[in-house]
Write a protein that binds this ligand. Structure first.
Ligand SMILES: N[C@@H](CCC(=O)N[C@@H](CS)C(=O)NCC(=O)O)C(=O)O
Length: 206
């Protein structure tokens, strides 16, 4: 199998961190240069028509895309440690938390950065600065919600580390770069403490 990733890109990081948590080391990693537009080449788009990373090419040639779908596949192949839930109830609660991270926080961070950062002008054609700024304001509102949640619990959901923690960390670390968003500077001490604790896991620097 081959995993197509890109340096510093947050969505591939969701998969590489997931793999590191599971101790998966036998999947070849192929770097795609987003800044030179390699993901829009005919060869890459033949495999991944939406021109995005990550993408996982299976041994039989089929290609899986979307970070969460790739993780579902890997969870099936490498079931321990369980990161996506054992049994329907756990799976549902973990998926709920993961999708909330993704749809409410990650997406607003990505929209803010993609629409306001000059370095991403070539990826986001056209940029809408006002929309980007409004999405940045939304990040703070969503982060406040997480701060309240994390005041009374060690993990985002369940009593253990799951894929929802990976998605939240990747979103926060993405915001830390171009948006310079640091929870502590916004008075979100619980979220900062959670972030620092999770960032110390070896998988976070995989
Ligand atoms: N929903 C997709 C998002 C993938 C995505 O947006 N990937 C970014 C890198 S983090 C990308 O490939 N961007 C290239 C572009 O937008 O042109 C997933 O979950 O994998």
């Amino acid at each position: 199998m081959k995993l197509y990733v890109a340096t510093r890109a947050p969505n591939p990081r969701r998969v590489t961190m997931f793999m590191a948590e599971k101790g998966i080391h036998d999947i070849e990693s192929v770097n795609v240069d987003l800044h030179s537009g390699e993901h829009r080449s005919d060869a890459f788009m033949a495999m991944r028509p939406f021109a995005k990373v990550p993408a996982l090419q299976l041994g039989d040639g089929r290609v899986l895309s979307e970070a969460r779908a790739i993780c579902v596949y890997l969870e099936g192949l490498y079931p321990t440690p369980n990161l996506m839930g054992a049994g329907g109830t756990e799976r549902a609660f973990i998926e709920m938390a993961d999708r909330q991270d993704d749809l409410y926080l990650f997406a607003s961070v990505a929209n803010c950065i993609r629409h306001t950062h000059p370095g991403l002008a070539e990826l986001e054609v056209r940029q809408f600065a006002d929309f980007g700024a409004a999405q940045g304001d939304r990040v703070l509102g969503v982060a406040r919600h997480f701060d309240v949640l994390l005041a009374s619990r060690k993990f985002v959901t369940m009593e253990r580390f799951t894929i929802a923690g990976i998605t939240l960390l990747c979103a926060l670390d993405f915001a830390k770069g171009p948006m310079k968003f640091r929870p502590a500077e916004q008075g979100l001490q619980h979220m900062q403490a959670w972030r620092d604790r999770i960032a110390a896991r070896p998988s976070a620097s995989a």
